[in-house]
Design a binder for this molecule. Structure first.
Ligand SMILES: [Zn+2]
Ligand SMILES: [Zn+2]
Length: 387
């Protein structure tokens, strides 16, 4: 569903913005398969990349990285669960002189389907282990066991609390009252229901047990609660200045800013601050000063600290702009309507509006936490005003 995501005007697009499950999430049918010519890149020093397509998505592809170890290749992310994506991954490994059956392990930066989608198939084909941060594994497990009705009720209540108009919530309420089988049969297909449960945990700060390599997990929550970047603590093959290389997932990308919404968890009352988490995580990555960043979308780049500064500045400007909008009290929905997206609000499709409201709420949380805004006491649905 990320193709319809509203976007930051200061950026080009939003990488994988889908919540774990939700309405409007219908991946397209598989196209007839043309012969696959995989696009592979050798980054040197036993690191290669394969461009794995994301069907019908302006983001285009996930960059799956292949890290050679003494026990066989290890994949960093796998790609969207789609036949063409799978064929491209398999053909890519062939082109690199290895094979899917040789894959020894899979390290996942975060649970989104454009990263974790094919992990199950890779494990079936190779016997590889799958590693993920515990907080994202929790999302995977919760999503697999979620009753669609529970999720729809949760979404309906959340949207109502955010001030969404009744006509926006009505389709969710209607779907939520259908008998379970009917919901399954006629409702939207929810990505993540078949996602593989990882069998290893990525522990922040620790080296992954990879034979002959030094790959350290850096916890970078924000885009998801368990997002990790992976720091290859080895000399850069071209001796670029800086410290090793960083597989940055969706956390740090050269030309786009990842979607930061609320962490969706129907079972938790915890008031989290994902945007605060994200900004902290950005600073942490900037301090690492990697010689090169290998992100999961777009292309490899250098000067991570400059990119971090740019993103911090962008978010600060956005927060300042939103605070100005709160001169009059606004619900999260009203704030989302007034925020700048890549197209007018009227043209933003249904599912993407939910994501937009989530992003507005994440910004409100941050402003409240910074003491720059407050909830108006007694307002229902709750409105926020600048302080
Ligand atoms: Zn992504
Ligand atoms: Zn993502």
């Amino acid at each position: 569903m990320s193709q319809d995501t509203p976007q930051d005007t200061a950026q080009d697009t939003t990488p994988q913005a889908a919540p774990p499950v939700g309405p409007g999430a219908t991946p397209p049918a598989a196209p007839a398969a043309p012969p696959i010519t995989p696009h592979v890149t050798d980054h040197g020093g036993g690191v290669r990349g394969i461009k794995v397509p994301i069907p019908d998505n302006p983001l285009g592809h996930t960059l799956v990285h292949v890290l050679d170890t003494d026990r066989g290749p290890v994949l960093i992310d796998t790609g969207w669960d789609d036949p063409e994506s799978w064929d491209t991954l398999v053909a890519g490994l062939d082109a690199l002189g290895t094979a899917i059956a040789d894959v020894h392990g899979v390290v996942i930066t975060h649970h989104h389907p454009d990263h974790h989608g094919l992990s199950g198939r890779v494990r079936e084909a190779s016997g590889a282990w799958i590693a993920m941060h515990a907080a994202d594994t929790e999302v995977v497990v919760r999503t697999r066991s979620a009753e669609p009705g529970t999720w729809l009720d949760y979404m309906s209540e959340k949207l109502a609390a955010a001030g969404a108009p009744a006509e926006h919530i009505a389709p969710l309420r209607a779907a939520g009252t259908l008998p379970r089988g009917v919901r399954h049969g006629r409702g939207p297909r929810l990505p993540g229901l078949r996602a593989a449960v990882p069998d290893r945990e990525i522990v922040p700060g620790e080296l992954l047990p990879l034979a002959g390599r030094r790959l350290r997990a850096i916890w970078t929550p924000g885009h998801t609660p368990g997002h990790v970047c992976l720091h290859l603590e080895e000399r850069h093959p071209a001796d670029l200045p800086g410290h090793g290389r960083l597989f940055s997932g969706d956390h740090l990308l050269p030309g786009i800013s990842p979607h930061i919404g609320l962490y969706e968890d129907p079972s938790s009352e915890l008031v989290t601050d994902p945007l605060g988490d994200y900004l902290d995580s950005l600073e942490r990555i900037g301090r690492l000063d990697p010689a090169e960043v290998l992100p999961a979308h777009q292309h490899a780049f250098t000067d991570a600290p400059a990119r971090v500064r740019e993103l911090l500045r962008h978010h600060e400007e956005r927060l300042t702009g939103l605070r100005e909008l709160l001169a009059e009290p606004l619900t999260p929905w009203e704030l989302a309507e007034r925020m700048e997206w890549n197209r007018p609000w009227e043209q933003i499709p249904y599912g993407s509006r939910n994501i937009a409201v989530s992003e507005a709420e994440a910004h409100l949380r941050r402003l409240v936490k910074q003491g720059r805004a407050e909830a108006v006491p007694g307002s229902d649905p709750v409105t926020y005003r600048a302080l």
